[in-house]
Ligand binder design. Sequence first.
Ligand code: SF4
Length: 355
Amino acid sequence: MDQIPQLQQLSEQQRFEMRVVATVLPFRVNHYVINELINWGDVPSDPMFQLCFPQKNMLSPEHFNCIAKLLHDDASQDQVNIAVDDIRQPLNPHPANQLEKNIPQFDGERLEGIQHKCRETVLFFPVQGQTCHSFCSFCFRWAQFVGDKELKIAANDAQTLHSYLREHIDVTDVLITGGDPLIMKAKNLRKYIEPLLQKDFAHITTIRMGTKALSFWPQRFVTDDDAEDLLLLLRQAIDAGKHVALMAHYNHWRELDTDIAELAISCVREVGVEIRSQGPLLAHINNSADVWARMWQRQVELGIMPYDMFVERDTGAKRYFEVPLERAWEIYHDAIQQIRFGVYRARPLYERGPR
Ligand code: SF4
């Protein structure tokens, strides 16, 4: 955080509070988000600042004070680590018992890094994709980013995925997820996707990837050194008859508002990939019908399909971001009312599938 000059406009106390929270919850932000997406004239209430930077009330007063005291007292790293571990566990690192549930077996072995929740869909967590360009402070995947192997869901073996899918001809959808799988180099992604284009995987009709690269690093599709190779791979999948979709994380219309974000969207659409947007309804970021209506409308104009609206999950900084269900319903309803009917219909809150 010391390397971000814009933070100097905050008080020393505010910067210290952010450091306390970032000791427990993961924090990462890149220069594109800092320079292009945050309105520094409106910090700390700016929604993109809230999205990416730690805030004091993300921790309970008890947890906050515990870490603040250790940092004030210059406690050893070991003492801090012990306290941090004690705090992370009650934050429910993997809600709904994810580390245990939905993990399939093959040849008598548990397939770590794969989840098979519903018959048609397999989720795959490639090890190279278990981080993101920046971290969202609300993210229910936060435990993937804290460097604790015990908490991480990840697979590094493409063959295991392919063997499992070859045997399961009732699976039609593969969702490659993270973190952000598009943080991977195209050559790594190719190892997972290319074999699925062969005849023995004809039953896999849809390949989806959960990503926030269109928002946090649109350069991924435009100027990165392997951007062309990535688009080529997506095109190859489409030419092989697959339906390919990016499940794009969006939380605010601001993320759609830069030239390079628009360009990235058109590059992806040009190769025939569908972009479906998804994101949770969050206090401090987008708990307003106007924000959702403007975001959905802009997405439709850019050719993105508004697809999922979630509510905050029972994990991490939920206490800071959660919105009562009744209020969430009102916001959804009011936002839909503002949009031209017939253009699209977003899936309502209760119809939720895998991410
Ligand atoms: S980009 Fe997606 S997976 Fe990564 S931190 Fe944000 S919400 Fe979580």
